[in-house]
Design a binder for this molecule. Structure first.
Ligand SMILES: [Zn+2]
Length: 424
């Protein structure tokens, strides 16, 4: 693979009455356009199915977009990377910036963010191509072929991908002729259009795309380590007492990854991490977005798509600060907001408690005037400041992407702290 784009060699018409040629007579280009899922609120297809019942909503506050999402296009038969053209050392391409498609545009289901990927030159020897996106785009994870497809003999083929809830796919197709419902993970020609194809990226497919963190991955990403902290009480010869915990993350995180097997319940639940004396409390509907956008995703499957680095970083910081409860409102989730939770590298924290020091803190500012200002004063606010400090100093955390309702605020972080860990 060279680092320079293949230069088109011009287009020859291959009409039916012309002599058959054994070589491709044109350089083929393929462009993908991805239409991200709209919000359920205001989506008439949702209300047609569920009326005013909001309990099935998955996508609630910030519509899906994919800016910066890693992807590669590969030869589906050899797995060689076709795009980016220079893919040495596992380099991936990234989704370009989003553009708004207004709700009154042709798709009838709400405002969608749209990403147009650049036209990609398909080498002559390639028959079938496929995409790898999100965490599955990384060379070491590449496992799920998204939309494997035989490239047509056309100069420029356009592929439109519609992201939508699995349970609304029938309705979407019915409302948008000439689109039709399609088998999962397939592309089809758009009737009546030249060189246009389409497919559906639904929640069931997101489940398949997103890598599950098994024991091997946990050990690789979070090797065993020894944690230290200062004891809350007591001194030895005038020095504070240092405490240690030897932590095998594979074992410590097991109760989290074992929770919710075969369950699609939205009810809150607690996971006790005995080794660290910490309870992880999953809020009501914490996994709603994963479950409601898919016909089959379970609580456990959603948790297992959340990087162990997220839980390990939070637990480590909490233990060092004597926090005994952390409440989480979102982990891996497709089809909502930015790409971080879709990649399983984001975790939202809404509350923490330190029972010994009687500190109970809701991570929630009092209004816009708190944004990008110092953490609250007092013991609880200062514990919050210390928690932020611990997390941003952790090498497994993307320090600049820890967002709070105070320091490092960005929309929409008034009611929680968002922790981002390194991808991989
Ligand atoms: Zn978040």
């Amino acid at each position: 693979m060279t680092g320079t784009p293949q230069t088109p060699i011009g287009i020859m018409t291959c009409g039916q009455n012309q002599p058959t040629q054994d070589v491709n007579c044109m350089t083929r280009k393929v462009s993908f356009v991805v239409y991200c899922a709209p919000l359920d609120q205001g989506n008439s297809m949702y209300s047609d199915v569920y009326g005013n019942d909001t309990s099935h909503r998955g996508v609630t506050d910030s519509a899906s977009y994919l800016t910066g999402l890693p992807y590669v296009v590969v030869n589906a038969d050899t797995n060689d990377v076709i795009y980016p053209y220079n893919s040495a050392n596992g380099v991936t391409a990234r989704f370009p910036a989003k553009v708004a498609l207004p709700g009154n545009a042709s798709l009838h289901d709400g405002t969608r963010w749209v990403h147009s990927l650049p036209p990609i030159n398909i080498p002559d020897h390639v028959t079938r191509i496929t995409l790898h996106i999100a965490s599955d785009a990384y060379r070491e994870n590449r496992r799920f072929q998204l939309f494997p497809w035989t490239v047509p003999d056309a100069a420029h083929s356009k592929v439109r991908i519609y992201e939508l809830r699995s349970d609304l796919q029938d309705k979407f197709a019915a409302r948008n002729p000439p689109l039709a419902n399609l088998p999962e993970n397939t592309l089809a020609a758009k009737q009546g259009a030249d060189n246009e194809y389409y497919g559906y990226l639904n929640g069931d497919l997101w489940l398949k795309i997103s890598p599950e963190y098994d024991d091997g991955a946990i050990t690789r990403l979070c090797p065993p380590e020894t944690l230290t902290r200062t004891a809350l009480h007591g001194q030895v010869e005038g020095e504070p007492i240092s405490e240690q915990a030897i932590v095998d993350w594979m074992a410590v995180l097991q109760p989290i990854y074992a929770a919710g097997a075969n369950s699609r319940s939205m009810a809150p639940f607690n996971v006790r991490i005995v080794e660290l004396g910490i309870t992880v409390s999953f809020a009501d509907r914490a996994l709603a977005n994963a479950i409601n956008t898919s016909n089959r995703t379970t609580v456990q499957q959603a948790l297992r798509r959340t990087s162990p680095r997220t839980f390990a970083a939070l637990l480590k910081a909490a233990w060092r600060l004597h926090i005994d409860t952390v409440a989480v409102s979102s982990s891996w989730r497709p089809m909502l907001g930015s790409s971080l939770h879709k990649m399983g590298i984001g975790l939202d924290v809404v509350r923490f408690d330190d029972g010994q020091e009687n500190i109970h803190f809701l991570i929630h500012n009092h209004g816009p005037y708190d944004r990008n200002h110092a953490f609250p004063t007092g013991p609880a606010g200062q514990k919050m400041a210390a928690l932020y400090q611990e997390l941003t100093a952790d090498h497994e955390v993307s320090g600049s992407a820890v967002y709070t309702p105070w320091i490092n605020w960005i929309q929409p972080h008034d009611t929680h702290m968002h922790v981002t860990v390194k991808a991989g």
